[in-house]
Design a protein around this ligand. Structure first.
Ligand SMILES: [Zn+2]
Length: 366
């Protein structure tokens, strides 16, 4: 018996393929950091902006300066987002949007604020004639999350959106209630005890804002949902990089980037520890808009703010060998996110919305 077993094992080894199987993508994750400027993503702490918030104080005397200042843009961004810049973009992915390298990511919509921009990301096109406010309203344009639920035949827990801002309850779908959505200060309807504890705590730790909760809860709820329900499509929409900027708190804005970086690290380490997700998950990270470029207008964005049309976009997929920063390419627009996410799963978003932005071709060159 034993000899036969060894022989079978040897035969098995002889028949094992020489090369590894082609990498494939089974799961997609979209992560957005609201209003996260290219200035901080590519250059870290902006000392001119910090100085402007200090009312004559010395920036060098501040805690954020001690934590995050360094003499070069590369060193500053690495201090701010060490996981993103030293691990994710070196070993697993790439990022477009550094204009100093001839890389442009921009909004197609001309509104340059959140609802129109998230709608552009999720529906694959700008709707400037219809979506003109951040009001809690639903519009009749189907999103990539709805498309993937139908194409992949997923039940309502295996497509999920967790968001800091309550308006995402309306943004993420043209139909209410077809997949898991938890956004803003919203109780979780999941009976899981960890979800219930997080759900309770969010109401006990208010932010300065009525309709945006701390990223901590959005992230923790999404992570628990991943572990319990194992979605194939996840949208994580974080918000504090925008909220603290509107509040003119550059110190907290900068700290939000650093916390978001650590959340990305925890997400990535969890994915890579799990058989369903390890090396089978594509991730797009982006923002909904830029903001002003100067110490006077960095808090703002909108169609009259120069710089609010400027964005960035990062890509992680086992099928894409590009690493580091993109250089000298045709501009990328936010309206290409929906078709690019579906293309990772070999699905065609343009079959739903023919006028949507095309998949970003460079990611699919073989
Ligand atoms: Zn904003």
């Amino acid at each position: 018996m034993r000899a036969r077993l060894i022989l079978l094992t040897l035969l098995g080894a002889l028949h094992a393929p020489v090369a590894h199987a082609q990498p494939t993508v089974d799961n997609v994750i979209l992560v957005t950091l609201d209003g996260a400027r290219t200035q901080e993503i590519f250059g870290g702490l902006d000392v001119d902006v910090l100085r402007a918030t200090l009312d004559g104080g010395d920036p060098e005397a501040t805690e954020v300066y001690r934590r995050f200042w360094a003499p070069t843009a590369e060193a500053r961004r690495t201090r701010l987002m060490p996981f993103f810049w030293e691990t994710l973009m070196v070993e697993h992915g790439s990022i477009a949007g550094n204009r100093a390298l001839g890389s442009t990511v921009e909004l197609a919509n001309r509104m340059r604020f959140s609802y129109p921009s998230y709608a552009e990301i999720l529906t694959g096109e700008a709707h400037d004639d219809v979506i003109t406010s951040n009001d809690n309203r639903r519009y009749p344009f189907p999103t990539v999350l709805q498309f993937l639920k139908g194409e992949l035949g997923l039940d309502r827990t295996r497509v999920a959106a967790f968001a800091a801002w309550e308006t995402f309850r309306w943004i993420v779908s043209s139909e209410a209630g077809t997949f898991t959505v938890n956004a803003g200060y919203e109780a979780s309807d999941d009976p899981d005890p960890v979800m219930q504890e997080l759900s309770t705590q969010q109401f006990e730790t208010p932010t300065p804002w009525d309709n945006v909760r701390h990223d901590h809860y959005t992230f923790a709820l999404a992570m628990r949902h991943l572990a319990v329900h194992r979605p194939r499509v996840l949208y994580l929409a974080l918000g504090e990089t925008d909220d603290w900027a509107h509040g003119e708190r550059y110190d907290r804005t900068i700290e939000a980037f650093a916390r978001n970086d650590d959340q990305l690290r925890r997400l990535w380490e969890w994915l890579q520890s799990d058989d369903q997700y390890r090396d089978r998950t594509a991730i797009i990270l982006t923002t909904d808009h830029g903001r002003g470029k100067t110490a006077a207008d960095w808090t703002d964005h909108g169609n009259d703010t120069e710089g609010a049309e400027i964005a960035w976009m990062a890509f992680v997929s086992p099928t894409v060998p590009i690493r580091g920063e993109w250089q000298n390419h045709a501009p990328i627009r936010l309206n290409q996110v929906a078709a690019t996410l579906t293309a990772f799963l070999d699905l065609d978003f343009l079959s739903l919305t023919p006028s949507a932005g095309r998949p970003i071709s460079r990611l699919f060159d073989r």
